[in-house]
Design a protein around this ligand. Sequence first.
Ligand code: HEC
Ligand code: HEC
Length: 224
Amino acid sequence: MEWVGSPVCDGGGMSKSMTHKTSGFVLAAWLCTLLGWVVMTAAQEDDRGTIQPAQARQALTLIHARCAVCHTTDLIVQQRLPADRWTVTVEKMMHWGADLSKDEAAVVLQFVTARYHSGAPDHLPSIEEELALTAPAWGPSTASDGPLVGVSERGAEIFARNCQACHGEGAMGGAGPKLARNKILKNEGVFWETVLHGRGPMPAWGAVLSHQEISDIHAWLATR
Ligand code: HEC
Ligand code: HEC
């Protein structure tokens, strides 16, 4: 919670007020305490201010795509844990097989810590409801900015990391439909729309993967 550490309140204003100092110091320390309390209360009532919308969206997408592989996301939304317990939990999940890079884990951790802390309301919307609410900032038109040339060798790896859990090895299908030889590959508009924005249980990837990476996946799928 870095917002508590303001330049005015840093440097142990409180402890200085305990020893003998001018009343100005005592007042400053008291104001800092009051300010801290007000900010903390506001933050507990609405955490969204502490998370950038784009980051929230990335975290939600990651949770939907990488955590729901093993259990429902409700198991996450129902928790009310302090920051240190969240750190341990996310590390444990990665140890058990949650596929997150270091940066991605940091985004997820920041989100769950700010959202599902001990003081959070009992009922919060599900990950899927939140995803539906946080629409991406750009439309499908951004996909046609310019012709991106996909590189299938790169696409194989990006697919394995992000899509294989649901679409199966070799894109032969699983929880999600078979994508190898799927006619959607020829219909690029629908392919991009589906991958960028998601569809039903299919997560949106626009906030997680770059357009180049999606092009790479498309190029690789086209070779299947
Ligand atoms: C490889 C499988 C797997 C993945 C991926 C996974 N989890 Fe879990 N998770 C488990 C298992 C197993 C349990 C404990 C059994 C249960 O309660 O269902 C669990 C339990 C939990 C719990 C309940 C508290 C606890 O410690 O038991 C939370 C919270 C949680 N997971 C969060 C996450 C988050 C966040 C992610 C994504 C970053 C994630 N999980 C991804 C397997 C997984
Ligand atoms: C959490 C599971 C999951 C993950 C991960 C996932 N998908 Fe999907 N995907 C689905 C499901 C389920 C559907 C079917 C959606 C529906 O019912 O409308 C789908 C549908 C699609 C479709 C449309 C297929 C068709 O026949 O219309 C495309 C294309 C697609 N996914 C691409 C991807 C790509 C590319 C990735 C990785 C970047 C990916 N998916 C990751 C679950 C997933």
